[in-house]
Design a protein around this ligand. Structure first.
Ligand SMILES: *[C@@H]1O[C@H](CO)[C@@H](O)[C@H](O)[C@H]1NC(C)=O
Ligand SMILES: *[C@@H]1O[C@H](CO)[C@@H](O)[C@H](O)[C@H]1NC(C)=O
Ligand SMILES: *[C@@H]1O[C@H](CO)[C@@H](O)[C@H](O)[C@H]1NC(C)=O
Ligand SMILES: *[C@@H]1O[C@H](CO)[C@@H](O)[C@H](O)[C@H]1NC(C)=O
Ligand SMILES: *[C@@H]1O[C@H](CO)[C@@H](O)[C@H](O)[C@H]1NC(C)=O
Ligand SMILES: *[C@@H]1O[C@H](CO)[C@@H](O)[C@H](O)[C@H]1NC(C)=O
Ligand SMILES: *[C@@H]1O[C@H](CO)[C@@H](O)[C@H](O)[C@H]1NC(C)=O
Length: 640
């Protein structure tokens, strides 16, 4: 009963639509008739039909016939071919033919045809990998029609230009690609139409399987262990620093720009070996095919390029003098010294960096100091032998005496290399500064409080750890705070941070958008924990001199993480007017970036601030001679 009642009324309402529907149906029938007669006459599917203008092939899973193209490159498990192009820049006319036996039948330059099945392949599921459109040929149908054809590569920077700011339309949120929450959509599920003029990933996808050339490549990173390295070619780029790398910056409209114009050069297809390169090296022109593998779009070169330029310029000593006779002028240095144990062979080099490149600042903030037994997991947590080894080495390198302070962690509770118990510590020059006396040294789990001392703020523990039992700090380094005084009694607070690392994050070229940035929520809470301490300090003394520095494992451009501290403190880079492209301490994949930061309170910020990042590691000739993955930084501030 109810069904009938429901059925009649809508039927009346949709009568006009039924006519419309019938008209559409006729259209469909006509077009089906047209296409089937067409297919019968000339049975072929073009590469561009297979690629289509979306992320996934419109023909995936279907059998296609007489697909023709010219072989452009051979790989171990198949070959690449190029067919007739179409006007539409979204549609690639290159394709990977997945078949080892088929590859053995063809040579570069052969015009071939085949029947086969269209597939979309990826070696692992989301979040890192995107699909590659392929054809799996029916072997008996792979025919070589003729040979010695020449395919002209698409010249990047002449025929096509990579976008320079955004990677994907799906990177939505106030911080673009760095927004939290992330992983809110997957490229391959959305399967949008490509927008290669606007988005980097769409651009590279629109060239999938295509033969391209990269002219005048500039190297952006050290090679990975497979000899693969990132470059940009002769095309417009943004974020270019003096060394030649591409820095993470803000693009127009304040969107974080993580350099979609860069591409990684893979292992050469002919078995030759890529040269050893470093940031700012240049190599000869590269011709290769665009492929997606291991989380990234690649250009797989037909043969290895040669090095044509090596930048032999090394970092030099900072323009900032390490110490000064003026009591009101203090220098602070910051360095993640990468898993330093008493036996570490990199101690003398790090000591030389501190003594002769940073010029022995009054206070050094160091991170990744391991306990006295290094990575041996034996219950030892104290690091005084490690710190003594470092300060002795500095004395030798620079004839300058440092004392040090630390608070050992609870064994195994602060993350990092197992057994190493890495922690942050301060080195200081006792002739310039001393710890404000009167408060005991805090234990690993004691939370420092801000005390009111005759209208000024002071610390209940000196040094102390901030909020160490807050769940935000589980399995990571707890922040170390100390209060110092100069001979004439000027006070300074310093906070040394090493936030949770980005391990486990997804690839910038991956399926998950915005890319998964682990553990971004934890880092946000860690910064909030510190900011809440800073607020209690500034509440008691708005004019307090405070320097917060360390390895934040996060970019300035991830504004959501730093919001609580940028609301109350200023970054020295900004105050010292360092050009945005020169603000970096780290290089990872295609990006030169700043993970290490130094913030100062307004009492310091209103006076002159100078700062410099010293690229002793990122300007190394190779990874082997680099002593840390981070560059140190130094600043000169006025505290009275
Ligand atoms: C295969 O396709 C080509 C054009 O791509 C066409 O010239 C040829 O006639 C086709 N062969 C068959 C058997 O359909
Ligand atoms: C992707 O989009 C194309 C074009 O609209 C469509 O033909 C194809 O079925 C889509 N694939 C998936 C998996 O959504
Ligand atoms: C494609 O061809 C293969 C082999 O001839 C066959 O097994 C398969 O069912 C076909 N698939 C479709 C979708 O027609
Ligand atoms: C990312 O999102 C996908 C799809 O919603 C989900 O399966 C996956 O577990 C998520 N990964 C992470 C690390 O959040
Ligand atoms: C070499 O590196 C230095 C320091 O980064 C830079 O100033 C210089 O421009 C570079 N030289 C070339 C030719 O790239
Ligand atoms: C390290 O500390 C322990 C315990 O306080 C002490 O016995 C030892 O002498 C110290 N070693 C150095 C090198 O300072
Ligand atoms: C080391 O420094 C001290 C005190 O500043 C000075 O007297 C001495 O000459 C210096 N020694 C060397 C080798 O520079």
């Amino acid at each position: 009963m109810e069904l009938v009642a429901y059925g009649i009324a809508p039927l009346v309402a949709i009568l006009p639509s039924i006519q419309d529907y019938l008209a559409r149906l006729m259209d469909r029938l006509y077009s089906l008739l047209f296409w089937s007669s067409f297919v019968a006459v000339c049975s072929s599917t073009s590469i561009t039909d297979i690629q289509g203008s979306t992320w996934r092939s419109p023909l995936v899973g279907q059998n296609v016939t007489n697909v023709t193209g010219i072989v452009t490159a051979k790989a171990s498990n198949g070959f690449y071919m190029t067919g007739d192009p179409v006007e539409d820049p979204r549609v690639s006319n290159g394709l990977f033919v997945f078949s080892t036996p088929a590859a053995s039948r063809v040579e570069i330059g052969d015009l071939v045809s085949m029947d086969g099945t269209v597939t979309e392949f990826r070696s692992s599921s989301a979040p890192n990998d995107l699909f590659t459109t392929e054809i799996a040929p029916t072997l008996s149908t792979v025919n070589v029609i003729s040979s010695n054809h020449v395919v002209t590569p698409v010249v990047l920077g002449k025929d096509r230009f990579p976008p320079t700011v955004a990677l994907s339309a799906l990177d939505v949120g106030p911080d673009g690609v760095l927004s939290a929450p992330n992983n809110v959509s997957l490229i391959e599920v959305v399967n949008a139409t490509l927008e290669p003029e606007k988005y980097g990933l769409d651009f590279w996808e629109s060239l999938e399987g295509q033969l391209v050339s990269v002219t005048n490549p500039v190297v952006l990173d050290f090679p990975n262990r497979f000899g693969e390295f990132w470059v940009h070619g002769d095309w417009p780029v943004t974020g270019k620093n003096e060394r030649g790398g591409l820095t993470v910056t803000f693009g127009p409209d304040g969107i974080p720009d993580l350099n979609p114009e860069a591409i990684i050069i893979g292992t050469p297809l002919d078995g030759t070996k890529n040269p050893a390169v470093a940031v700012g090296s240049r190599v000869s022109d590269i011709v290769g095919v665009v492929a997606f593998q291991f989380g990234f779009f690649y250009v797989l070169p037909l043969t290895a390029p040669a090095t044509v330029f090596v930048n032999t310029t090394r970092a030099t000593k900072s323009f900032i003098d390490g110490t000064s006779a003026d009591e009101c002028t203090l220098t602070v240095g910051d360095y993640n010294v990468e898993n330093m144990a008493p036996t570490s062979t990199h101690i003398p080099t790090v000591a030389d960096h501190i003594a002769n490149f940073l010029n022995a600042p009054d206070i050094m903030f160091v991170q990744e100091i391991q306990d006295n037994s290094g990575p041996t997991d034996d219950g030892v947590v104290i690091a005084n032998v490690t710190l003594k080894a470092l300060t002795d080495a500095i004395a030798k390198a620079g004839n300058v005496t440092y004392d040090f302070i630390e608070i050992p962690p609870v064994d195994g509770q602060d993350g990092g290399q197992p057994g190493g118990n890495i922690r942050t510590a301060f080195l200081y020059r006792p002739e310039k500064l001393s710890l404000v006396p009167g408060s005991p040294v805090g234990g690993s789990l004691d939370s420092v409080e801000v005390l009111d001392s005759y209208g000024k703020a002071s610390l209940s523990l000196n040094p102390g750890r901030i909020d160490p039992t807050n769940p935000a700090w589980i399995a990571t380094r707890k922040p170390l705070v100390a209060e110092w005084q100069t001979a004439s009694g000027t006070r300074l607070f310093t906070v040394n941070l090493h936030l949770s690392s980005k391990g486990g994050s997804s690839s910038l070229h991956g399926d998950a958008r915005p890319p998964i940035n682990l553990p971004v929520d934890t880092r946000t809470k860690q910064v909030e924990s510190v900011s809440s301490f800073l607020n209690s300090l500034l509440d008691k003394d708005p004019d307090a001199n405070i320097v917060v520095a360390g390895d934040f494992n996060e970019f300035t451009q991830t504004r959501s993480v730093l919001a609580s501290i940028t609301a109350i403190m200023s970054e020295v880079d900004e105050l010292a007017d360092i050009p945005p492209v020169e603000r970096y301490t780290y290089v990872f994949d295609q990006n030169t970036e700043q993970l290490d930061h130094m913030f100062v309170s307004s009492a310091i910020g209103k006076r002159k601030v100078e700062a410099e990042h010293i690229h002793v590691n990122n300007w190394s000739p190779s990874l082997d001679v680099r002593v840390s993955d981070h560059d140190p930084s130094v600043a000169r501030v006025r505290v009275c």
